[in-house]
Design a protein around this ligand. Structure first.
Ligand SMILES: [Zn+2]
Length: 412
């Protein structure tokens, strides 16, 4: 079964040609009056609407804009409970500290499998309704062997990529060193069948540099790809550790010194774009989290200008960013972080794919590239009820998601 989507007013492919600048995304293939043909789960053709081949079915975009579906490379969706009171207290002037995670952990442990499965499915549906077609989520509200393994297994049923975040917080009453040993040993073994990634919250109040190093080493040795929560609440070792360990992404990055930025930029020195060379460590910014914690916005402009690849993600979680709206994050990145619309769209599509190392074709899992629109890539499309992607920032807060295809299936 093939589908022709034609009369696309603006098609933002985010597919870089050889001449394009990988850092800025300039030349990232914005086509006017374009068409796309989907065949099964893949994109079979991209080009001018006038020259489009016939297909079994046709969808008339009526001049609307099409982007790759959002790739949300950072979320925490496996949880129960509510932290409205903590949010209210923060809005009344209390500072955010890492300890609130413990509240969610208690509620999550108490929830049944069925309840967690239902909550997770509802959250994934919300994300898809907002244009997200590829989704990462993390464990980290179990914080004991059985509960982390359960979270990982439930997440693997519901999302595209699962990350082990046993190192989210040292549970109340636990000895930090003994808990780190557990994260690196028995807990890692229990989650391993369900996850592709491991993450550590390297921050004052969470895990020290030395503990983070132990977690990253053990998880790397177990064959997991690495990600780091770093430099969110203050300066720290997170970014430097992420680069040293060749992590695919370091996330938050609110407090960076010149050395941090240089280390991130240096990690991209051997990458020439697309499949050429070795990708470095993506700096993932989480604008909704910055706003919800009233933190200084991460320096996305400075990072892009330094040649760092940037991703934008939701960080959807009950404590600090209870939204999966990547469109909202893109709007914020444009209006408040100084990105152009195309830079922000690129960070939330191709950038997210880079952060999950799914930016190029079939890998060992036999999976197609996501986050850009090109022949052979997964057919993940986001059609806006607007003539251009610029409307995402020009009309902030408006519900512009008009239709969504995920792996070739219309899901909205
Ligand atoms: Zn997070």
């Amino acid at each position: 079964m093939s589908l022709l989507i034609d009369a696309i007013g603006e098609l933002s492919t985010q597919h870089l040609t050889g001449e394009a600048s990988p850092a800025s995304g300039e030349g990232a293939g914005v086509l006017r009056d374009a068409a796309v043909v989907l065949e099964g789960e893949r994109i079979a053709w991209v080009g001018p609407s006038a020259g489009a081949p016939a297909a079994d079915e046709r969808y008339d975009a009526q001049g609307r804009a099409v982007l790759p579906g959002w790739v949300d490379s950072h979320s925490h969706l496996v949880f129960a409970g509510d932290r409205t009171a903590e949010f209210e207290a923060r809005m009344a002037g209390q500072a955010y500290a890492a300890g609130g995670i413990g509240v969610t952990t208690a509620a999550t442990r108490a929830a049944s499998d069925g309840e967690l499965r239902r909550l997770l499915a509802a959250r994934v549906a919300e994300a898809v309704a907002g244009g997200t077609t590829y989704l990462e989520t993390k464990t980290g509200y179990g914080l004991e062997v059985g509960h982390e393994a359960r979270s990982a297994a439930l997440a693997a049923e519901a999302v595209d990529e699962v990350t082990y975040l046993g190192a989210h917080l040292v549970p109340a009453g636990a000895d930090p060193e003994a808990y780190t040993d557990l994260v690196c040993g028995e807990m890692l073994d229990a989650v391993r069948p369900h996850v592709r990634w491991a993450d550590v919250f390297c921050e004052t109040g969470a895990f020290t540099e030395e503990q983070s190093r132990r977690v990253l080493t053990a998880c790397r040795d177990a064959g997991l790809g690495l990600r780091v929560h770093g430099n969110q609440l203050g300066p720290g070792a997170g970014v430097r550790l992420a680069v040293e360990f060749g992590a695919a992404s370091v996330d938050h990055v609110n407090f960076l010194d010149d050395e941090d930025v240089a280390a991130l930029a240096g990690s991209w020195a051997d990458w020439a774009g697309g499949a050429a060379g070795v990708p470095g460590t993506v700096a993932t910014v989480l604008p909704a989290c910055d706003l919800s914690t009233r933190a200084p916005l991460a320096p996305a402009r400075r990072l892009l200008d330094a040649g760092v690849q940037v991703a934008i993600a939701s960080n959807c979680n009950p404590g600090t960013s209870y939204t999966s709206s990547v469109s909202f994050c893109v709007t914020t990145a444009v209006l408040q972080m100084g990105l152009t619309v195309q830079e922000a769209v690129r960070a939330a599509t191709f950038g997210g794919a880079l952060a999950l190392r799914r930016h190029v074709g079939a890998d060992a899992d036999g999976q197609r590239a996501v986050g850009s629109i090109a022949v052979g890539h997964r057919a993940d499309l986001h059609l806006l009820d607007a003539p251009s992607a610029t409307h995402l920032a020009y009309r902030p807060g408006m519900p512009l998601t008009h239709a969504v295809w995920r792996a070739g299936q219309q899901v909205r």
